[in-house]
Design a protein around this ligand. Structure first.
Ligand SMILES: Cc1cc2nc3c(=O)[nH]c(=O)nc-3n(C[C@H](O)[C@H](O)[C@H](O)COP(=O)(O)O)c2cc1C
Length: 152
């Protein structure tokens, strides 16, 4: 049986909830991708042009990670779970992808959003990880039964 990790980022809790249920359903370990400086509610108020999220996005500033303790080498499959930001992956996901060696791993991409789909994010992750097998999972907003997502 392949060894699985659910690695997730969540700024306001929606993705965290889904990631936890997915990990339990898939029999996967759980790891939270956290920024060194946590996002406050004001930081992610994207309707404010001066909010941290918008400043980071404009400058393409990848936030520093709180830790690089995920034992990626120990897993065959990594479920990567995050909220869609600006139609694609949040910059902290880029920080995470650059912090570890994902060569030969299977990366299953999952997200929550306000309506955007996974296509751009999945393409982005595959481009960032040419030596990994990246597969598009699903948007998790309306999902409560995770059975069809446990066999990656
Ligand atoms: C900075 C920022 C950018 C976002 N960009 C998008 C977007 O492009 N498309 C979309 O459908 N939702 C967008 N959202 C909404 C989030 O994807 C959505 O609310 C998500 O479920 C939040 O997950 P979380 O509670 O785990 O942080 C954005 C949210 C933030 C904070």
């Amino acid at each position: 049986m392949s060894k699985k990790l659910v690695a997730y980022f969540s700024a306001s809790g929606i993705t965290a909830e889904k990631a936890k249920v997915l990990a339990q359903a898939a029999g996967a370990d759980l790891y939270e991708i956290k920024p060194k400086v946590p996002y406050t509610a004001a930081d992610i108020k994207w309707t404010n042009p001066l909010a941290r999220c918008n400043k980071e996005w404009i400058k393409k500033t990848k936030p520093a990670l709180a830790d690089t303790d995920a034992d990626i080498a120990a897993y065959d499959t990594i479920y990567l779970v995050f909220p869609i930001w600006y139609y694609t992956v949040p910059l902290i996901i880029k920080s995470f992808l650059e912090a570890y060696d994902f060569s030969g791993k299977k990366i299953a991409v999952f997200a929550t959003s306000g309506g955007s789909d996974l296509k751009k994010a999945t393409q982005h992750i595959q481009a960032a990880l040419p030596n990994a097998q990246v597969v598009e999972g699903a948007m998790l907003n309306g999902v409560s039964n995770f059975d069809e997502y446990i066999d990656y």
